[in-house]
Design a binder for this molecule. Structure first.
Ligand SMILES: C[S@@+](CC[C@H](N)C(=O)[O-])C[C@H]1O[C@@H](n2cnc3c(N)ncnc32)[C@H](O)[C@@H]1O
Length: 264
């Protein structure tokens, strides 16, 4: 239990430190996935109820959600106080938006059957038990409600900066257990929802050069938590290996994320 709490605290601290750079560097690059995820819930009739966004980060989902649901309450939940601060600034002046600082891995009973829509982008793969969390999010839906979740699978690309990064890290750290990714269909069926889509979404992404990508990942992305856990010497060695194997100049790639849409 102590280990789990420590990991959560470290993750929250890492995203606190990363928040501003994440907003600057990654939010524009991740926008096509966010648009797609939000579009699944705004583009169809829904029952009455709230819209919940677990792992909202700086809340890039919000503008399209507000445009689609001007009369509904919209809640974002994120672990990181730094992320929540930026999300609240994005929501400032909106009567119907709340950003809660908290753990979205397990929703409280107040969420059961409360939501017309649940949207989450690039948070699920960070949770300690993603399959259980997804089932929990599905239970938050009312009959007719829609769940739209985008996450990074184990293999995001076969060639490109994410592929090289995985390769470099895999040589020095234990591989994450990704068995949960094959369980999501069963888990959602068990939670009483029907899957309408389960597919990969690829969009082009570009980085000025390999070093810009490395810097963004370590200062404003998921490598911030690796940096906090492993320290400067480890990160220095990883950086050297990564840059030595990376191509020169602008780096263009087509990462793929997995997108699941389900309805109760
Ligand atoms: C890559 S960001 C994605 C943010 C946003 N949804 C987007 O698409 O840009 C992942 C977010 O998940 C949050 N997160 C990680 N574990 C969490 C947890 N257990 N509960 C709530 N948020 C969590 C992090 O704090 C971070 O803000």
């Amino acid at each position: 239990m102590g280990g789990a709490t420590e990991r959560l605290t470290l993750l929250a601290r890492a995203w606190d430190e990363a928040a501003e750079e994440y907003e600057r560097y990654f939010v524009p690059r991740f926008a096509p996935w966010v648009d797609q995820a939000v579009g699944a819930v705004t583009g169809q009739p829904l029952p009455p109820g709230q819209i919940l966004v677990p792992c909202c980060g700086t809340f890039p989902e919000l503008p399209a959600l507000q445009a689609g649901f001007p009369d509904r309450e919209i809640f974002g939940v994120d672990l990181s106080a730094g992320m929540v601060q930026i999300a609240r600034a994005r929501a400032a002046g909106s009567w119907n938006v709340w950003v809660v600082e908290g753990n979205a891995a397990t929703l409280g009973p107040e969420w059961t059957d409360a939501c017309a829509g649940v949207v989450s982008v690039f948070g699920l793969q960070q949770l300690p038990d993603p399959a259980a969390a997804l089932a929990d999010w599905a239970q938050a839906l009312r009959p007719g409600g829609c769940l739209s979740v985008v996450f990074w699978p184990t293999e995001v690309e076969s060639d490109g900066p994410f592929a090289l990064l995985s390769q470099v890290l895999a040589a020095h750290r234990p591989l994450a257990d990704d068995a949960w990714q094959a369980q999501l269909g069963n888990v959602l069926a068990g939670a009483g929802v029907t899957i309408e889509r389960d597919e990969y979404l690829s969009f082009p992404m570009s980085h000025e050069h390999a070093e810009a990508f490395w810097t963004a990942m370590t200062s404003g992305g998921p490598l911030r938590s690796v940096a906090l856990a492993e320290g400067d010497e480890f990160m220095g060695a990883m950086r050297e290996t990564f840059l030595a194997a990376a191509p020169a100049g602008q780096w263009n790639h087509m990462p793929r994320a997995r997108w699941i849409v389900a309805r109760r």
